[in-house]
Write a protein that binds this ligand. Sequence first.
Ligand code: TYD
Ligand code: MG
Length: 464
Amino acid sequence: MTKIKKAYFCQSCGHQSPKWMGKCPSCDSWNTLVEEIVQKEEAKKGDWKTSTSRKVANKPRLLKEIKFSAQERVITPDEELNRVLGGGIVPGSLVLIGGEPGIGKSTLMLQIALTMHQMKVLYVSGEESEQQIKMRADRITQQNEGLVASRENCYILTETSTQNIFKQIEEFAPQILVIDSIQTLHSSFLESSAGTVSQVRECTAELLKFAKESQTPVFLIGHINKEGSIAGPKVLEHMVDTVLQFEGDRHLVYRILRATKNRFGSTSELAIYEMLGDGLREVSNPSEILISQRDDDLSGISIGATLEGNRPLLIEVQSLVSTSNYGTPQRSSTGFDGKRLNMLLAVLEKRGGFMLGNQDVFLNITGGLKIEDPAIDLAVCVSVASSYNDISVSNDMCFAAEVGLGGEIRAVNKVENRISEAEKLGFKEIYISKYALKSVNQDNYTIKIKAFGKVEEVFEDLFG
Ligand code: TYD
Ligand code: MG
């Protein structure tokens, strides 16, 4: 009789411990250790290809002798996804897509599966029945005649056991595999239930082996827990090649897909989609949606020219400064770092002469985006100053500069991209740092470039 082996796993970081503890020594979270059965069978019968091919041990080889065969990336019809992946799907890559329930992960992957005309796609679902998937597919394809024909190459499998999935895969040989979701899979080598850290890890390991050996790209859909990280978490992120986060407000139509880890490209790219009645649509010119159309000039609004990856984005910063009724004024910011806001307010107080000590300040980046690019600093300062003075800033001006502690306006990277984007969108004036001027050829632009060295000078220019 085989002895049942048990261990305790931290459900938040995957740390394994032989005994129970109140606090996980690895991630310091409390009450996260849960007992799981980790009994493994000796021979993994039915594992990916163990039955058909014996694994040959690898020998060390000289790096210069290894031939680089340029692996052709698979270009999907979804240009936004291609860009986030770093230029298409890499053969043999394991991509994890995380996001809150209902955000549209299944819709996105089914849509990709349906649009990959030239390839045989297997969509494995452990969450929904065939009928439900069919209904969703009909919904996505109802508007798009072209998609209906391509459905010929999209196969659905409702199965949760990895052993059964691999059996089907061996017969069927898909060119792209989608798993919805990794938390519903279970491997019969482990006794613990589906969704536990050890199951998630084991199933991912099996799929990883399959992806690398067969050079088939595999997409895993993963749920995120209430703290916002992918359940069965860091362990999973280490194993996969790419982690994509699908985020956005469920009540708004816009969804943002960004790479948080990518072995084949930059992690600073982001894609924006719109959730419509018949599936997700790419938004190829996001600046247009991020700048709200306003007729009359409102105070407290300014436009910042930021950069996400290589893509310039013009976004709207809104702020409201009002007299505080309590002793300690409130500072609240959405989409912008709160500490940085406090710093900028201190700069405004000291260098700009704004008395913000008894004022509540609320700041909001529209469109539900989170901006970390320091180039938005000047737009934040201008927006706060505009609300404080109750003088609006003309809506054909935008700002691209970092603000330093001394109130100095600092240059930001790729300022030319930002200027071109602003010009393309019809802005008339852009405010940048005077130190950035030397990298800008002003003759190339019709937009008026205004360069300053200090915030005081900008305020003088704007508000007189
Ligand atoms: P879904 O892909 O099921 O989310 P996830 O797999 O991340 O849990 O998306 C579900 C939401 O998207 C659901 O609330 C309905 C909405 N939706 C649309 O608005 N239009 C559509 O065409 C589809 C298929 C879904
Ligand atoms: Mg789903």
